[in-house]
Each structure stands twice: as C-alpha cells, then as structure tokens.
Ligand binder design. Structure first.
Ligand SMILES: [Zn+2]
Length: 124
C-alpha cells in the first residue's frame, strides 16, 4: 500500500500552503474538530532527516505557523512520536479552538508556541 503522505504530496498539490526543495506545508485531511490543522511533510519518504535539516525545517514551519494561526495567542506543535504514519517524517500543528480532540491533544506531547499577535482575551 502506498504511503498516505506520499500520496497526499502527489495528489494535493493544489492545497500546498508552502513548498521548497525539501518540504511542503499543507492542511491535514482530517481536521479532528479544529478550525486549522496543518502539517509539514518531507518531500522524500524518510523516517529521520539529518538533525540540521530537521532543525531548519521545523524553524521555517514555526515561522509560518506564527502567521497562520495569528487569530490566537498560541498554537500547538505536536510531537511526531505518536504519529499515525511513523515512516514518513512530518509534524502537525493545530489551533486550540473547537477542540473535539482536546483530550487527545493533552495526551499527545506538544509544544504551545506563541503567535505573532498581541492577543487579549475577549471578556473585557
Ligand atoms: Zn511516504
């Protein structure tokens, strides 16, 4: 069976949010109750990129997400340890809203990262 991520890379070019020679950012197929849920995927079908590649890729993904999730103060970057597709390197980022899977998110190791917005709560 073809790898789901390789398949997505091939068939969902129109959904790409960003692309360079090594990586692609695109929305995930399942939103799991989130308004925004996107992933970074390596173009090559590899499990582990080099440490320097990975660092560079994650840096650019975080930079992108800070703009992409800018209606909120933070977004969640999930660790790939619990990924359903373990053989193809990727990371998932989601908002905190509409969290149908908020419990799942709590059990998934993740980092909360600040967006670029000067956010204030709506209760005042
Ligand atoms: Zn693959």
């Amino acid at each position: 069976m073809e790898c789901k991520l390789c398949k997505a890379l091939k068939n969902e070019k129109d959904k790409y949010l960003y692309e360079d020679k090594d990586i692609v950012f695109l929305p995930t197929k399942t939103m799991k109750g989130h308004n925004k849920r996107i992933m970074i995927v390596s173009k090559e079908h590899i499990k582990y990129p080099s440490i320097s590649d990975e660092r560079e890729w994650v840096d650019s993904f975080i930079k992108f997400c800070k703009e992409y999730f800018n209606e909120e103060p933070t977004f969640a970057l999930c660790e790939s340890t619990y990924a359903t597709i373990p053989n193809h390197w990727h990371l998932i980022a989601t908002d905190w809203k509409g969290n149908v899977d908020i419990e799942q998110l709590h059990y998934t190791p993740h980092r909360a990262i600040k967006t670029n917005v000067n956010w204030r709560p709506n209760n005042g």
